[in-house]
Design a binder for this molecule. Structure first.
Ligand code: AMP
Ligand code: ZN
Length: 133
């Protein structure tokens, strides 16, 4: 995708602070970090959402996230992958954030608006989803 900023980073047309590169994966520092060590891990295959990426590309991403966690020495961290505008996705090329959480102020803040347990609704949903898997 010629207009995609992350495809341009992979090609080297836009500079990045590269941490890692392999045949299928590219990783670099986020330019507006939420904390020290905030990194992005992306497939070289262009796709906007998780479901657009072939499994053989997808399966190589988390081991690289793990490598970066170990290399930065982060003890507390969030791994985040946003899909779609209202889910806070700004760049339409799949990316995993690795965001160290060194203290309560820096890093990711998460809203977690839990709903009450409704076993009937949960069981209905379970059947519906299981039938399509
Ligand atoms: P998201 O909201 O999940 O789409 O996150 C996109 C992330 O990409 C943000 O955290 C941005 O700071 C980061 N970002 C955008 N452009 C660049 C760039 N040129 N280099 C590094 N990170 C970038
Ligand atoms: Zn792209």
């Amino acid at each position: 995708m010629s207009a995609c900023i992350f495809c341009k980073i992979i090609k080297g047309d836009i500079p990045s602070l590269k941490l890692f590169e392999s045949d299928k994966v590219f990783a670099f520092l986020d330019i507006n970090p939420l904390s020290r060590g905030h990194a992005l891990v992306i497939p070289k295959f262009h796709g906007a959402k998780l479901t657009d990426i072939p499994d053989d590309q997808l399966s190589e991403l988390l081991p690289v996230v793990k490598k970066i966690v170990n290399a930065t020495g982060a003890e507390n961290y969030n791994v985040l992958q946003n899909n779609g505008k209202i889910a806070h996705q700004e760049v339409d090329h799949v990316h995993f954030h690795m965001i160290p959480k060194p203290n309560l102020k820096e890093g990711l803040s998460v809203g977690w608006p839990q709903q009450k347990t409704d076993m009937d609704k949960l069981k209905e949903l379970l059947e519906e989803v299981q039938a399509k898997m």
